[in-house]
Write a protein that binds this ligand. Structure first.
Ligand SMILES: Nc1ncnc2c1ncn2[C@@H]1O[C@H](COP(=O)(O)OP(=O)(O)OP(=O)(O)O)[C@@H](O)[C@H]1O
Ligand SMILES: [Mg+2]
Length: 284
């Protein structure tokens, strides 16, 4: 049987009448970068909060590294690092103080903390900012501090909720490189995003979530294959477009030949945006 380091079965979260997450089942393989892609309000943060024991599911189960998140809460919690959508750093104290405080909360020993701080802050290029107050840092640097905090106790599984939202291109690229490095060192990464390019660039597999439901799951190519990997886009005189999807170039070309000669058409690779639009009728 395939080893799933993160496993959720029939996960559901209700807030009153609102079904924020609706019967979601996911298995994430060890060593994978798994992306959770969906528009605002789709249920990404709610899912991460359930997967990371921060909020209990209304129903369904979660297991992390083989530990049930309710019955074996401590073990499950000890296996994960979490970078929340909005940072939970204390802005009135320094970078170092934030990191040390976080590590003490994880029951790490002072001597161990000292070594690990040096190692991680070196890797993140934070050496020169260790004594800065968090409130004086830009969003990109704060994100790096959050990452160091989440990594201190060497969790094998890292959850990142929209890690690059609000970052400039440079910080985003640095963070992508870091995510790949951590993954290369063996960490399993579960991240959420509403950037298609991010999901495509980083993730081994992508789950698309809409209105609390997982509507598609697979590699980027598998998802594109769901509707057809080649798109013929036809621009209409009224400014609207009609897309037709095909399994290959030859079929797409044949379709184009059947269209009126004056039709304004182009052929291109199907995108994940097309997949989302086709499956939901909405843009991401
Ligand atoms: N504590 C809460 N109480 C009531 N409703 C909530 C709560 N948290 C989230 N919701 C609702 O649940 C739905 C899913 O929200 P969630 O934050 O999980 O979405 P998201 O995909 O993370 O969105 P975003 O991209 O904006 O971060 C939304 O309709 C939201 O308003
Ligand atoms: Mg969110």
């Amino acid at each position: 049987m395939e080893e799933h380091i993160i496993s959720a079965e029939h996960l559901t979260k209700r807030y009153g009448d609102l079904l924020a997450v609706d019967d979601l089942s996911i298995g994430v393989r060890k060593g994978e970068i798994f992306g959770f892609l969906g528009p605002n309000g789709a249920g990404k943060t709610t899912t991460i909060r359930m997967l990371t024991t921060m909020t209990p599911p209304t129903s369904g189960t979660v297991s992390i590294a083989g530990h049930d998140s309710v019955r074996e809460y401590r073990e499950a919690r000890g296996s994960i690092g979490v970078i929340q959508q909005h940072n939970s750093l204390d802005k009135d104290i320094s970078v170092r103080e934030n990191i040390v405080h976080h590590a003490l909360m994880q029951n790490m020993k002072r001597s161990e903390i000292r070594k690990r701080v040096e190692e991680l802050c070196g890797a993140m290029g934070l050496e020169d900012r260790m004594d800065s107050l968090v409130e004086d840092l830009s969003g990109g640097w704060k994100k790096r501090v959050s990452i160091v905090c989440s990594m201190m106790h060497r969790p094998p599984v890292l959850f990142m909720d929209e890690p690059t939202t609000g970052l400039d291109t440079q910080s985003r690229n640095a963070l992508w490189a870091l995510i790949k490095k951590l993954n290369g060192e063996g960490a399993t990464i579960f991240l959420t995003t509403h950037y298609i390019s991010e999901a495509e660039a980083l993730c081994d597999r992508i789950g698309i979530i809409n209105k609390g439901r997982m509507i598609a799951l697979g590699t980027s190519d598998e998802l594109r294959g769901r509707i057809g990997v080649v798109t013929v886009e036809r621009q209409n005189a009224d400014g609207t477009t009609d897309n037709a999807y095909f399994g290959g170039r030859a079929e797409a070309k044949a379709h184009m030949q059947g269209l009126p000669e004056d039709a304004n058409v182009s052929i291109r690779r199907t995108s994940l945006e097309d997949v989302f639009l086709e499956l939901t009728g909405r843009k991401l």
